[in-house]
Design a protein around this ligand. Structure first.
Ligand code: HEM
Length: 221
């Protein structure tokens, strides 16, 4: 009996799912960073921002469900694509030469799991159950206090900084691949194709790294 091909059965369909869910997660990461940068405005403004998010349950839970579904689809579909590519060549290469690949492309494979581990650590630290990483008590309302006390601990700040480097490379390579898949191969788009992913990767990693460093250096207290 002939089976109808669903979107998920084709490589291009899977790539589309990875791209769309990647874009949703990209959007979240940028909005989350811009929201967090309000920490530079002081405790009142930052805690008021956090309280507004928590005080709007339909918005909060709607965003959580969309994010969770996107993360699951993004990870599961990427893993399926990786295993399919590997099984398409059952005999491995005798010697691998990464001539056309970039360090960002290599970190894609290791960066994904690293970001997933970071996310679990990050949620346990700030959201649920809220694990104090130093000599302070986690507060459900004083998010500014959790933020400052958490990043005062150098190894915690170091984990955040390292994770943002992985994230920046992942966003850089992810957006580069997306532009490639969209077929922007005309020379006129060469500069956009090169610079947009660099600006996005550097912008997100830089903005996120700024926050733990600002606490460690005493700019945010
Ligand atoms: C230095 C970078 C980051 C800082 C300072 C930061 C800060 C925070 C803070 C303070 C919260 C808790 C907010 C609250 O209790 O109201 C939070 C929650 C969260 N963060 Fe981050 N974050 C960073 C990077 C990231 C990244 C890169 C991701 C995703 C890859 C991420 C995903 C989340 C998620 C999913 C939540 C839970 C939101 C919810 O309540 O459902 N964060 N973050």
């Amino acid at each position: 009996m002939q089976k109808t091909l669903s979107l998920y059965d084709t490589t291009i369909g899977k790539k589309a799912i990875v791209a769309v869910t990647g874009l949703v997660l990209y959007g979240f990461v940028i909005v989350h960073m811009l929201g967090n940068l309000q920490v530079f405005l002081g405790p009142e403004k930052f805690n008021a921002y956090a309280a507004t998010l928590k005080g709007t349950p339909p918005l909060l839970w709607g965003a959580r469900v969309v994010l969770l579904v996107s993360v699951i689809l993004h990870v599961a579909t990427s893993l399926t694509l990786v295993t399919e590519t590997a099984s398409a060549r059952p005999v491995g290469y005798r010697a691998r030469r990464y001539r056309t690949t970039t360090p960002a492309a290599l970190t894609m494979r290791y960066g994904g799991p690293a970001i997933a581990l970071y996310l679990l650590f990050h949620l346990a630290h700030f959201t649920f159950p809220g694990v104090a990483m130093g000599a302070y008590a986690h507060s459900a309302t004083d998010v500014y206090g959790n933020f400052v006390n958490g990043f005062k601990v150098p190894w915690v700040a170091a984990i955040y900084v390292a994770a943002q480097i992985f994230l920046g490379l992942h966003l850089y390579h992810g957006s580069w691949s997306l532009l490639q898949t969209l077929g922007l191969s005309h020379p006129r788009y060469e500069a956009v194709k090169r610079m947009l992913p660099q600006a996005l990767g550097l912008g997100v990693a830089g903005g996120n790294i700024l926050m733990p460093l600002a606490v460690l250096s005493g700019v945010i207290r």
